[in-house]
Design a protein around this ligand. Structure first.
Ligand code: ZN
Length: 364
C-alpha cells in the first residue's frame, strides 16, 4: 500500500473501518483503528508494518477500509472537529468473498527407473502443499487436494513408469522383457525373441526419462525423432488417467512429482492446461508448485519472457496482444521487479493480483 499526502505534517494516519462494517472486518484482531507509523509515510510498507485484515464472515458486497490523515494539531481538538478535519488519504478495497470456486487437485508420486535399476519415487513436501492452498485462497479458489489414495487410506497415489518401455532405455526394456519371459517359463529362443521385440518396439525409449530431462532440447527418441517435453507430459497424464483404478481422479488437475534431474524445477504442459510435472525436490523452490498451478489456470508471467532488443520498444508481450499478460514488470532480480507469484522471484513470493484472480477463476 502506498499512502501519499500533500500536508507537511500530520498528527496521525489511521486505517479505519466504518462502524457499520465492524461486524464484518477487523484489523489485527482489534476494534481500534490501525496507526500507520510515520516512517511509512511516502514509502511502501511492504517490508515494515504488516497488517492482518480478517473477514469475520461472508461478505456479500465489497467493503472499504479508509486511511484518514489527521492534520497537525487536529487530535487535540474535540472529537466532532476531528471528524470534520480528517482527510481521506487512501482506501483499501476488501472484495466480497461469497463466490468461492472449487478446484480438485491430485498429487501423484511417480516411480521412474530409466535404466531398470530400483525405481526412484518423487516427493512433494507438506510446506509446498500449504503454500498452494494459501495462494489459491487469495483468488477465492478452494482446492480439494487428493494426497492419499481414495481406495487405500494413508497410502500415496502412485504412478509406476519403471516398467513402461516408453520411459526406459532400450537395454532396460530388453532386460525387462527377457526377465518377464523367463519368469513365465519361456525357452531360450523365446526369451531372446521377447528381448528383440521390446528393443525394436518403436515406442521403446520414446521419453528418456532417466537422462536429464531438458525442457529446451526436448527428449530424443531412439529412432532419431524428437519429442517435445509436452509429449512426454501428455503420455504421463494419459497413462495415469487411463488406469481403471484412477477413474476417481479424472476430473482432477494432476501434479506428477518425479525424483529425476531436469533442466527445470517444475513445468506446466502449457499455459491453461492442467498438467504439471515436478523434477527432483532439490531443483525447485517451495513456491514452484503454486507458480505452475497458476500457469495451468491460465496465468502468464509478470515479466516479459522475450524482452525487445531495444529497451525503448514496447514489451513484446504487449505487441503480441496477450490478453492474459496485461501488466509486466522488470524480471527479478532487477530493480522494480515484484514479489508476485508469477514473477521469478520465487523465494520472495507474496502476492497475486485481482486481475490474475479473475483469469484463474475462469479456468478452474
Ligand atoms: Zn513460469
Amino acid at each position: 500500500m502506498w499512502v501519499r499526502i500533500e500536508y507537511d505534517d500530520v498528527d496521525e494516519i489511521r486505517l479505519e473501518i466504518n462502524d457499520a462494517d465492524k461486524t464484518f472486518l477487523n484489523i489485527n484482531n482489534s476494534a481500534e483503528p490501525f496507526l500507520l507509523s510515520k516512517k511509512n509515510m511516502n514509502t511502501n510498507v511492504e517490508d515494515s508494518d504488516e497488517i492482518t485484515i480478517t473477514c469475520l464472515g461472508e461478505l456479500t458486497e465489497n467493503k472499504t477500509i479508509t486511511a484518514y490523515a489527521y492534520p497537525k494539531g487536529c487530535l487535540a481538538k474535540p472529537k466532532e472537529e476531528q471528524e470534520e478535519e480528517k482527510i481521506v488519504a487512501g482506501q483499501l478495497l476488501v472484495c466480497k468473498n461469497n463466490d468461492i470456486k472449487e478446484s480438485k487437485i491430485v498429487l501423484v508420486r511417480v516411480i521412474s527407473a530409466a535404466t531398470g535399476e530400483r525405481g526412484r519415487t518423487g516427493v512433494i513436501e507438506a510446506k509446498e502443499i500449504e503454500l498452494l492452498r494459501s495462494f489459491l485462497y487469495q483468488a477465492l479458489i478452494f482446492p480439494t487436494i487428493q494426497i492419499e489414495s481414495n481406495t487405500d487410506a494413508g497410502q500415496p497415489i502412485i504412478l509406476d513408469l519403471s516398467k513402461d518401455r516408453r520411459f526406459l532405455t532400450k537395454e532396460a526394456a530388453r532386460t525387462l522383457a527377457e526377465n518377464d519371459a523367463r519368469n513365465a517359463g519361456a525357452g531360450a529362443a523365446a526369451i531372446t525373441a521377447a528381448g528383440d521385440a521390446a528393443e525394436n518396439d518403436p515406442n521403446t525409449a520414446k521419453h528418456i526419462i532417466g537422462a536429464q530431462i531438458d525442457f529446451n532440447i526436448r527428449t530424443l527418441h531412439s529412432s532419431g525423432r524428437k519429442y517435445k517435453i509436452q509429449d512426454m507430459m501428455q503420455d504421463i497424464k494419459q497413462k495415469f488417467m487411463n488406469e481403471p483404478e484412477n477413474s476417481f481422479y479424472r476430473e482432477c488437475f494432476p501434479i506428477f512429482a518425479l525424483d529425476e534431474e531436469a533442466s527445470f524445477g517444475a513445468v506446466t504442459e502449457a499455459t491453461g492446461v492442467k498438467n504439471v510435472i515436478l523434477a527432483k525436490r532439490e531443483r525447485r523452490a517451495d513456491a514452484a508448485l503454486v507458480h505452475e498451478v497458476y500457469h495451468g489456470f491460465g496465468l502468464e508471467h509478470t515479466h516479459d519472457d522475450k524482452p525487445p532488443a531495444n529497451p525503448a520498444d514496447p514489451p513484446s508481450v504487449i505487441k503480441q496482444g496477450n490478453r492474459n499478460q496485461k501488466y509486466i514488470f522488470p524480471a527479478a532480480p532487477a530493480a522494480g521487479s515484484t514479489a508476485n507469484i508469477m514473477s521469478y522471484n520465487l523465494n520472495k513470493y507474496k502476492s497475486t493480483w485481482k486481475w490474475q484472480w479473475e483469469i484463474a477463476r475462469q479456468n478452474v
